[in-house]
Write a protein that binds this ligand. Sequence first.
Ligand code: NAI
Ligand code: MG
Length: 362
Amino acid sequence: SNPSLLILAGDGIGPEVMEEVKRVIGWFGEKRDLKFDVSEDLVGGAAYDKHGVPLHDDTMAKAQEVDAVLLGAVGGPKYDDLDFSVKPERGLLRLRKEMDLFANLRPAQCFDALADFSSLKKDIVAGLDIMIVRELTSGVYFGEPRGIHIEDNMRVGINTQRYTEAEIERAARAAFDLAMKRNKKVCSMEKANVMESGILWRDVVTEVHADYPDVALSHMYADNGAMQLVRAPKQFDVILTDNLFGDILSDCAAMLTGSLGMLPSASLGLPMANGRPKAMYEPVHGSAPDITGQGKANPIACILSFAMALRYSFDQGAEATRLEKAIEKVLADGARTADLMGPEDGTPISTTEMGDVILAAL
Ligand code: NAI
Ligand code: MG
């Protein structure tokens, strides 16, 4: 039978960009005989509107069964005042938590045609291709105790950075495995100078490294890492880091490449019975309420997320490259959605037109 894909388009521009991904999936089925069993369901505000919860139990169960989940985006002003327990983001967090997606892969890749568009000088970013592996299910966003308490008549906000050896080890393995498929170089970032969790992180990563003699490992304090990312990002291949630092460093790396509309991501868990990792693929951007319904959204981040699914869930690296090359070509030919141009750079093309030229390039 065909590999299975669950599409959760979500809210705002999610369904708009996902429409183009569906055409791309159709193209691979028709022209490359790469067929998927695609099902669709609701997540986020769309699920809340129908079920009163941001992720229905049936949808959660389906996500656990499929080979990969493809998610658009969740959230929007309509849902901002909802109780935290039913906020759209909670649908996303539940998927990550229950599928145990502990390794978040965020590539920062600079397409030559967009090098001028980066926040940095062209020679610093042209040809850039790095991958940040962020631990996603533990650390300070989840550690207990947490809360806002009263102490001595004063409010105190508390979060706890907590990592077990096992949590660090599996994130490290994900990074080393990935490095083996790339340029065999991992830089691990923490703050071992001031944090206990950082000391343990450095220890465990060094231990796991013993199983990967072909990979060059270096360690860096995360604050220096932030500086180096902006100063000379091409020194890196794979960057391994924790949940909090990864959140910040990956957003920083994002701006090396131009627009939020270009950035894909993958979140991977443990292997399933069929050997494939539990996996969810999604663009880094949100639901972009400011441009929803206007045909302005750039579908490339979501299409590149599908390319990552081809590579990391379905072992179709060559087909993933084919798709990335098609995107590189349309950008080189000058195709630009509004987010990829300045106000004086002419008329942008629409979401659907970007889909059209990518299909034509394929
Ligand atoms: P956002 O990513 O939705 O938008 C930030 C800016 O980038 C906006 O000006 C938007 O128009 C632009 N943008 C984003 N994606 C684009 C694309 N594909 N093409 C062209 N322009 C694009 O972040 P924001 O505004 O902070 O959040 C909006 C909503 O999305 C909120 O409800 C937030 O909670 C949610 N959100 C959801 C995420 C997810 O589903 N993973 C991630 C981030 C935010
Ligand atoms: Mg962030």
